[in-house]
Design a binder for this molecule. Sequence first.
Ligand SMILES: *Cc1c(COP(=O)(O)O)cnc(C)c1O
Length: 399
Amino acid sequence: MKLAERADRIKPSPTLAITAKANAMRAEGIDVISFGAGEPDFDTPDYIKEAAVAAIHEGFTKYTPASGTDELKQAVVEKLLNDNGLSYEKADICVSCGAKHSLYNLAQVLFEKGDEVIVPAPYWVSYPAIVLLADAVPVIVDTKEENGFKMTPAELEEAVTDRTRGVIINSPSNPTGAAYTRDDLREIGEIVKKHKLAVISDDIYEKIIYDGVSFVTMAQLDDELKACSFVVNGVSKAYSMTGWRIGYAAGPRQVIAAVSKLQSQNTSNPASISQKAALAALQGDQAPTEIMVKEFHKRRDVIVDALNGMPGVKCRKPEGAFYVFPNVSGLYGMAGEDHRVSDSASLTSYLLDVARVAVIPGADFGNDNHIRLSYATSMENIEQGLKRIKEAIGALRPA
Ligand SMILES: *Cc1c(COP(=O)(O)O)cnc(C)c1O
């Protein structure tokens, strides 16, 4: 049957492909250590689960308003005020089926054919796809490792044309873990104002940040930036709730109303039970998040040190999220065990076959000199996996 052109415009998620191959090897009895996870390895805290169970028993199992319940929107309003100093009202909030859904819906109502949207690389794999599905063009801006993988104001200015409508900022970043400072954002904000761009700020890793770095989002900087910015966040990463599918967008009311209208004609409301759980997460004990972040911090330090001890590998210490993005281009041109390593994909397949370790090629995130390792896995797996990687890399010889 003929497919719409739209269906061919995008590719399936590459991270899922690696995970599928690693799972197939496991099914054959091969013990594979995966650094591929895009979600915390912690369980959803009990008080959150209990809120969901209570919602089921109370019969809170029917449609809610399409853009989310009033009580959850109010909790989001309070979260944005208390954590971020941002003042919104319920009408400025739309609760969606995950932050990804918020990003998708925003792109659908903001962008159209002929529009350009700036996506700094390395980027989260879904951004270009989300822009393409809105019929717009993702304009990739390559950031530099020596700038900490942060887009500079000059790089942004250079990429802007008279068709540029928006820019996507993700801090801390997946895949690099890089976090923008207030000063970084202030400088970028000047270019945003000059060209009247919309800013979509994906703040999903807000809570996963280390070394006393403070999280900042564009809308906090001044009223003019708040008026053109969309804060996208959710409970997936901060509360280990990826499967519950609750995210939200906050921003200029007229756009949020359009997002809510769109949502009312496709998904309708996010699951009523998940909304009760997200409410508990936002209002409840934040200690489980702190414990998780402490553990991620320890793992980050172990993984960064170990990678920097490997010949041909250089790893920047990320400020947040749960990924490292080492530069492995020093290994390109080497070979071992019937594998020639010439780019991030060939290194990834060498590591999977020889080290029995799954990582994600940087090419999927728009930078072929790197690979991504997630440390959302146990310390034991991390130590064992790094040992295997070190051995496999040590066995490479100039081709
Ligand atoms: C995990 C992730 C999301 C998705 O969040 P959901 O709320 O689960 O949809 C969004 N952005 C980035 C950068 C992510 O890594």
